[in-house]
Design a protein around this ligand. Sequence first.
Ligand SMILES: [Zn+2]
Length: 362
Amino acid sequence: MSVFILGTVAEPVEAFIAWLSQKSADPALAKQVASFHAKWGKEYGVRWDFAIFQSCLETGWFTFKGDVKKAQNNFAGIGATGNGEPGESFPTVEAGCKAQIQHLATYAGQAIADAELVAKHTKSVKNWISGKAKTWEELAGKWAADGSYWRKISAIATEFSQWHESYPQPKPTLAGKRIAIDVGHGSYKDNLGTGWEPGAVKPPIREWDLNTIAAKECAEKLRSLGAAVDIFQYDPGSPQLTLSEKGARSNGHDVFVSIHHNSVDNPNAQHSLTLIHTNGTVEDSKLAQSIEKQLVAVCKVGDGGVRKQELGVLSTVPSSVKACCLTEGFFITGRLPEPPDQLAKAEGGAIAQGIADYLVQG
Ligand SMILES: [Zn+2]
């Protein structure tokens, strides 16, 4: 493989920064160096990705154990000729990076005016080095006496690409999305009056407590992805809403999800279930499938699928809301793989993931 010194880089600098934050001895400095290499590399048309790899090699992954010290801001040994010769010093990290990029550009044959050149060394040797290396390989024996200079830089490049393949892709962003989460039960208001009820109860477990835990976790995760989240009725003091008031409040949201837990007089019954209204739409079904998939994977209590049911709370959700559904993460009356409150927390994260997948993938 031969790599030209001049060229462009497809990867965002953030990928290199993430890598260096794990690999380098001085992540804060490495981050600055990577950013300035990218900035000046783009300016002079130099492969700044390889300039970063070169700096990793030259500084010993930013440990500065060689002749050049950290305070010199010289990240490629410019002017350091060995035998303790420290080479040039630059006033700032950025000046050092710019000098390195300019020195590389000069090797590749670019003519840069003396007044623009940062390094004295580049000025003094430019007539000798100009155009003497078109590829990184050709720098061996020139930039550094080391005949395996290129092999070492190329090994670092390989290390980066291997890391990058396993590098987790950025999370989906939900910026601009509005999500309404309804905590099932708790405060209520209906034509018989106002009050508070816990939903299903199997002492000491109350459905409302688990709905609350799951809803809070779900909201937190969605907010961390950039969404705006409204939670309806998550404590006894929050405003009591009729079903139609919940529906009205959900207007303007992309998604409405009501969080519940199941109960039945049979300790053997156990599964995750997601419900849509009997006249639910295709979008409701897609959202429900996306959430159910995550519930099954996280709660590990079985797959009850997506079902249609006459559900008052969903019947009032306006059609401006893209999709709505109701979750029954698990049966509080059945056997569980872990304590119900812990499971409800994990379940809240699963619901958030299902909502995020639906909103990102459609
Ligand atoms: Zn319920």
